[in-house]
Write a protein that binds this ligand. Structure first.
Ligand code: PRX
Length: 649
């Protein structure tokens, strides 16, 4: 890490205040935001205690925050609640059972709507089925599903009986599923025969079959029939979802859980070793996601809300399932690709369901721009009133396009910064309370003590680059890395005493707005997906012909970052194009298609320091070809990042 202060020459000065009409209807206006922020600063425990009253607790808590065992926070200690009860029963009991909970559209064009009452009944049946299979409170359950309502049903059924789910994104390979099964010691896997993606069936069950060859702890596998494809059902192990629920009762009272009872594990990539199981617990997580969903999306009872993420990522957990359902919102869920059958599929969905709030990723926005304005312009997008962005820095040009072409110039944009580890949105505009600037996530939410600091932990001057940290615990923070408290401490809490290290570089401008620039560790952000260079390197060196490998990111107009691999081969191995293709396929098999290298370059040696560390900075320069992206802001960010990283190398 560098302690040098780097001056920025940021050019972006445009500001977009919310319209008077938006402000008139907003839940949190500027005055209210200031009041909340001041309150949270003065009396954090009192502030969070008051917010937590929005949840349904079956037993009140005794202590708001127990921070005695730093960095393992305990929130709302002594309190009891159930996440599934908060997302379902509560709304049905309040007479809102007939409101649409999930409005789902499959890629081939089939669709289903589940009301809160129907979703509750599906969840109860499936929870009873899980119990009948021997699932107990505290067990780990792997969910490897397409984007269908049953993915949410499975998650909520686990929550209902206190089993911890570990959702694995459907784009991961069989090997990646096995790794996660083994790390969590999963007892059961829930999957489907397949799911639709770009007109083809992704063979989920076949991947699970291969994974289960290497997953000794898994006893059973539940299979939902989504695509009617032929799958092998192993006697004594595999059971059809429809057979299980056919005889199951729709009565399954939600079991009260301690506030700190683990809700789920979600694996994410770090800069070293295998993916880590980020652990989230019940009370604090649910408060974080429901409160931020209410504030940031300014949610109203009549909103039709669509988050385009996959439930396999934290965005899907927090802003498709737990946050919006806890708030009783109507959630649109779409199974497939944005360009199937044509590049206007998203705009067709928005027009069809009269979507009012749309939350997507910069990498998708860049693809939309490339596909052309004719696609959104061919549909009625007038129902939209608010737009969101998540997953990576959004370049100002993409922001302006989103604002003008999708938002018709009238919709505020919430650029939301957060991480798998933070559980919920941390830095974002409250859309009716603050003018936005293209490319900035604006300010930390009330209660979130995020700052930009130098190597010593001191706040940096305006516009100087530094490290993004969080100085106080917050309810939805991760509690540990599953099974590895030491790694949790060293990864996040060893850079500064008692301060959470995000591994992102950022700067704060003269108005106090934060501009997140990207990772300062060896984590890549490929199409908004987190990948570790080490993971790709270790996949490569497992190949019998590879001696050594170094993997770096390079700027990519569509994906944000592309993956470039520098590979030295074992003696006598010929560096052929066929071998390049073989190595790319090898990485896909080991991790999944999302990790497919863009470029494999053979080299006789890798540049190293005298102590033997690979000098990634040089490799990044070579990989990038030092090309200008034509965007001064982005280039400046890259320079700042390079300097922030320099001391590590
Ligand atoms: O580098 C930041 C980037 O995504 C990382 C977190 O990735 P993940 O845990 O997969 O969660 C993604 C969805 C929350 C961060 O460390 N990131 C996320 N949102 C933004 C962002 N970078 C800039 N601006 C954002 N809005």
């Amino acid at each position: 890490m560098s302690d040098k202060n780097i001056t920025s020459v940021l050019k972006e000065t445009r500001q977009f205040p919310p319209s008077a009409e938006f402000v008139a209807r907003t839940t949190v206006n500027a005055t209210e935001r200031d009041r909340l922020a001041e309150w949270a600063e003065r009396d954090p425990d009192g502030f969070w205690a008051e917010q937590a009253k929005s949840l349904h607790w079956t037993k009140p808590w005794d202590t708001v925050l127990d921070w005695s065992n730093v960095p393992h926070a305990k929130w709302f200690v002594g309190g009891q609640l159930n996440a599934s009860d908060n997302c379902l029963d509560r709304h049905v009991a309040a007479g809102r059972g007939n409101k649409a909970a999930l409005v789902w559209e499959g890629e081939p064009g089939d669709s289903r709507t589940l009301t809160y009452q129907q979703l509750l009944s599906e969840v109860c049946k499936f929870a009873n089925a899980l119990k009948a299979l021997g699932v107990e409170k505290g067990d780990r359950i792997t969910i490897y599903m397409p984007m269908i309502p049953e993915a949410a049903v499975a998650m909520l059924a686990c929550a209902r009986i206190g089993a911890m789910h570990s959702v694995v994104f459907g784009g991961f390979s069989a090997d990646a599923v096995a790794d996660r099964n083994n790390d969590a010691k999963s007892k059961l896997v829930i999957t489907a025969d397949g799911g639709w993606r770009r007109g083809k069936v992704v063979p989920l069950k076949a991947n699970v079959d291969a994974a289960l060859e290497k997953s000794p702890t898994v006893e059973k596998c539940v299979v939902f029939n989504r695509c009617n494809t032929a799958v092998e059902m192993k006697a004594g192990r595999d059971v059809w979802w429809h057979d299980l629920v056919a005889g199951a009762s729709a009565d399954c009272p939600a079991e009260p859980m301690d506030s700190e009872h683990p809700l789920f594990i979600l694996y994410t990539s770090g800069s070293t070793g295998k993916p880590k199981g980020v652990l989230h617990t019940t009370g604090g997580y649910l408060l974080g996601v429901s409160l931020t969903h209410k504030w940031v999306f300014d949610i109203k009872d009549d909103d039709v809300y669509w988050c385009t993420a996959d439930v396999g990522w934290i965005t899907g957990h927090s802003y498709i399932v737990y946050g919006p359902l806890c708030n009783g919102s109507t959630v649109v869920m779409y199974e497939g690709a944005p360009n199937q059958p044509r590049e206007d599929r998203f705009w067709e969905i928005i027009a069809k369901y009269r979507v009012t709030i749309f939350y997507t990723a910069p990498t998708a926005i860049r693809a939309f721009i490339k596909w052309g304005d004719q696609h959104p312009k061919g549909h009625d997008l007038s129902s939209l009133r608010l737009l969101g962005s998540v997953g990576e820095p959004i370049n100002p040009e993409a922001w302006m396009w989103y604002h003008n072409v999708i938002g018709g110039g009238r919709c505020p944009i919430v650029d939301t910064w957060w991480q798998t580890e933070t559980g919920a949105i941390m830095i974002s505009p409250l859309p009716g309370a603050i003018p936005t600037k293209p490319g900035s996530a604006t300010k930390p939410l009330p209660g979130i003590a995020a700052e930009v600091v130098d190597k010593q932990g001191h706040p940096v001057p305006a516009n100087a680059g530094g490290f993004l940290v969080v100085k106080r615990p917050w309810p939805s923070m991760m509690r540990t890395i599953y099974g590895d408290d030491e790694r949790y401490k060293s990864t996040y809490w060893s850079h500064y005493p008692n301060i959470y290290f995000t591994a992102d570089g950022a700067r704060r401008d003269e108005d106090g707005y934060i501009w997140v620039m990207g990772r300062v560790d060896d984590v890549l952000n490929v199409s908004g997906h987190r990948l570790s260079t080490m993971e790709v390197e270790s996949a490569l060196v497992h190949h019998p012909k590879v001696a050594e490998a170094a993997v770096v990111g390079k700027p990519d107009d569509l994906k944000g970052e592309g993956i470039v691999c520098f590979v030295t081969l074992k003696q006598g191995v010929a560096p052929t194009d066929e071998l390049k293709a073989e190595l790319k396929a090898h990485v896909v098999k080991d991790i999944g298609a999302l990790a497919r290298p863009d470029d494999v370059r053979f080299t006789d040696s890798l540049p190293k320091t005298r102590s033997g560390k690979i000098m990634r900075r040089f490799l990044r320069d070579i990989a990038a070809g030092r090309q200008s992206t034509g965007d001064a802001t982005t280039l400046e960010d890259l320079n700042v990042l390079a300097k922030l990283r320099a001391d590590d190398e």
